[in-house]
Design a protein around this ligand. Structure first.
Ligand code: ADP
Ligand code: MG
Length: 628
């Protein structure tokens, strides 16, 4: 509990005890009024203050205003009737404050929960200086610095391991509890915890660009993007509150006037003013106003616990209506780790060809490039390479030791006007050209991710109607993967712009109520991530551009998480609608009962706090996503 919450608890207890004590002291008249005003002010002074300020700032119709008018009115009525019954006004304030306290506790708890889950912010980095370890601010560590990560410490900055072996706990990032092995040469992302061995890491990014900083930014900004349901609620409150205020006014004046003028009865002002005040207490829309954002907040928190980062509640809403899921192939459904299967039609030594390929690819971040680097197996001397050009969806060209090299697919050879020899083997073909002459091709193949088939089935089970795969790879490799995974439609040989076009076609062919999600790793497909109704990126392997362009980031690159994200969003939205219907329903009934004089102010406040507590508890359910 925070200090503020403790203070409120003390106020509540003080006022409650005073109220009980006063109820057994038989004082009358002015003394009674003064004595009762003490607990009233103890419990309600901030509300009254807020209401006065609201009126001053011309923002009259808020909850504080409703509570202030209702309770001051009740006190005034008691004075006028000489009944001395001030208990009701105090009790109404008391319960309102209990509700507020509960709500602030619940919100604080779920916020804390999320930051606890996201307890990945590193406080320092270790640097070795004169044989001693020195702790420095991670912000001050430049790219290329070697940092030391001891067992038990968080990895502060993204980099490559240069020395040491260890196991890493990535659960805070991915929700995956199995530890991962790490050794020299492996890339390592910030935010995971080094468990067993000492690691020396050469940083490849600055702290601000590292995975941890990116993720924390994401999570911190998530709540500022409002969904349509939330906008609906704030619009609703803007119309609703003034409406009930005028309604209450009408209830206070019209019936007495009608009784007097038309029916010739006594006006019975007290009854109708009391009903109007009750009406005001009932009308407080707090349950709605608080539980809707809280539900989304909990949904986002639950998702991040499972390693799924959702950048805003609007995306949860879109996700819940996803009917088409479009996948990128390489790196998304497949591992993006290619093995060299063969080298055909090459006039030169295989080693030489691989060396040329690895060198010319040395600047590319495409999975193909990384695989060729691995096949080459030696460190790349970048000074041997000049004029590198990467042509998205085609390949790369450049000069190695002054020799013109091109490495890429059919399209690259076509655009360079170099005749090439096709290949019958299954797999991805990388044609090579040396000094403008064809130099054979390297056949590489990629394996589908272990959960890819399951992922496609899980989507179907979650109500997704169509799965599509887009790839820049050739038709043969594409069809094979699609068949293996049970994907409905495949489009191959696409350049990045072609992928955008296809997604636009698919967007047009679906009804506006159903949504399309694109899942990619961001290498060559960041524009598509932005174009789809919802862009889902692979966070661990994906490029920074992807994480930026995407609306949802999957921390562990597992395509199975897409279906999980959809299920989480559905649960969250179900809770949101339950709360809306429940809160508005109970409100409506109570308002009618209040106007008819059946509900007293007591009942009204009980109903209000009760609805709020139930709605908040229901909202918190969205945090639990483990077994979805
Ligand atoms: P996908 O859509 O499956 O993710 P990309 O659009 O990234 O594939 O790439 C499409 C094709 O373009 C690859 O299959 C490959 O033939 C070629 N290509 C792209 N980048 C490179 C590269 N760096 N080196 C060689 N070929 C490349
Ligand atoms: Mg790709």
């Amino acid at each position: 509990m925070s200090r503020k919450q403790k203070k409120m608890l003390i106020r509540i207890l003080t006022a409650a005890v005073m109220l009980i004590v006063l109820s057994v002291i038989p004082v009358k008249g002015l003394a009674r009024f003064v004595l009762y005003m003490i607990p009233y002010l103890v419990i309600g002074y901030d509300i009254l203050w807020k209401a006065v300020n609201g009126v001053k700032n011309r923002q009259v119709f808020d909850e504080s205003f409703l509570m202030a008018v209702a309770t001051v009115g009740a006190v005034a009525l008691a004075v006028y009737e000489k009944s001395g019954d001030y208990t009701e006004a105090i009790a109404v304030m008391l319960f309102y404050q209990i509700g507020e306290l509960f709500q602030s506790y619940a919100v604080g708890k779920s916020r804390r929960n999320i930051s606890e889950l996201m307890d990945i912010r590193p406080d320092y980095a270790n640097i070795e200086k004169d044989g001693k370890l020195e702790r420095v601010d991670p912000d001050e560590v430049g790219i290329g610095t070697v940092i030391i990560v001891q067992p038990g410490e968080k990895v502060p900055i993204d980099g490559v391991i240069v020395e040491g072996t260890s196991t890493l706990n990535t659960s805070a990032l991915t929700g995956e509890s199995l530890p991962r092995d790490a050794k020299a040469g492996d890339e390592i992302i910030s935010g995971c915890i080094n468990m067993t061995g000492l690691l020396k890491v050469r940083t490849t990014k600055e702290f601000g660009e590292s995975t941890v900083s990116k993720i924390l930014d994401l999570v911190e900004n998530a709540s500022s993007r409002k969904s349509r349901s939330e906008e609906f609620i704030s619009k609703f409150a803007r119309i609703y509150t003034p409406a009930v205020c005028y309604g209450a006014l009408a209830l206070a004046f019209l019936p007495p006037v009608v009784r007097m003028a038309a029916l010739g009865l006594s006006p019975d002002w007290e009854t109708w003013i009391y009903r109007a005040l009750t009406f005001l207490v009932i009308s407080c829309p707090c349950a709605l106003v608080i539980s809707i954002p809280l539900s989304f907040f909990a949904g986002i928190g639950g998702a991040s616990k499972a390693g799924i980062l959702v950048k805003g509640s609007n995306y949860l809403e879109t996700l819940s209506r996803t009917k088409t899921v479009v996948f990128d192939k390489t790196g998304t459904l497949t591992q993006g780790v290619f093995e060299v299967n063969g080298i055909h039609h090459s006039p030169m030594e295989n080693e030489k060809l691989i060396e040329y390929a690895a060198l010319v690819e040395s600047a590319s971040s495409h999975p193909i490039s990384r695989s060729l680097q691995r096949a080459y197996g030696k460190p790349v001397d970048r000074s041997r390479v000049q004029d590198i050009r990467e042509i998205s969806g085609k390949g790369v060209t450049g000069k190695v030791d002054g020799v013109e090299i091109a490495a890429g697919n059919d399209k690259l050879m076509d655009s360079l006007g170099i005749p090439y020899i096709g290949c019958h083997s299954a797999g991805t073909i990388i044609h090579m050209a040396v000094n403008g002459t064809y130099a054979g091709h390297i056949v590489i193949s990629d394996a589908v991710k272990p959960h890819a088939r399951e992922a496609v089935q899980a989507l179907k089970a979650a109500g997704v109607e169509k799965t599509v795969m887009l790839t820049g790879d050739g038709q043969k490799a594409a069809d094979q993967v699609a068949r293996e995974l049970g994907i409905d439609q495949v489009y191959s040989g696409l350049l990045p712009a072609g992928k955008v076009e296809k997604v636009e076609e698919l967007l047009q062919s679906q009804s506006p109520a159903s949504k399309l999600a694109f899942v990619g790793d961001g290498i060559n497909d960041a524009p598509v991530l932005g174009r789809a109704d919802i862009g889902i990126a692979m966070g661990a392997m994906g490029s920074d551009a992807a994480i930026e362009a995407a609306d949802v980031v999957l921390m562990d690159d597992d395509p199975l998480q897409v279906a999980k994200a959809i299920r989480i969003s559905r649960k969250c939205l179900r809770i949101v609608y339950q709360n809306i219907i429940f809160a508005i329903g109970v409100k409506g009934i109570c308002l009618i009962l209040g106007a008819l004089g059946i509900a007293s102010m007591w009942l009204a406040i009980f109903a209000d706090v009760g609805v709020m507590i139930l709605a908040v508890l229901n909202a918190i359910r969205a945090l639990f996503v483990k077994n979805l």
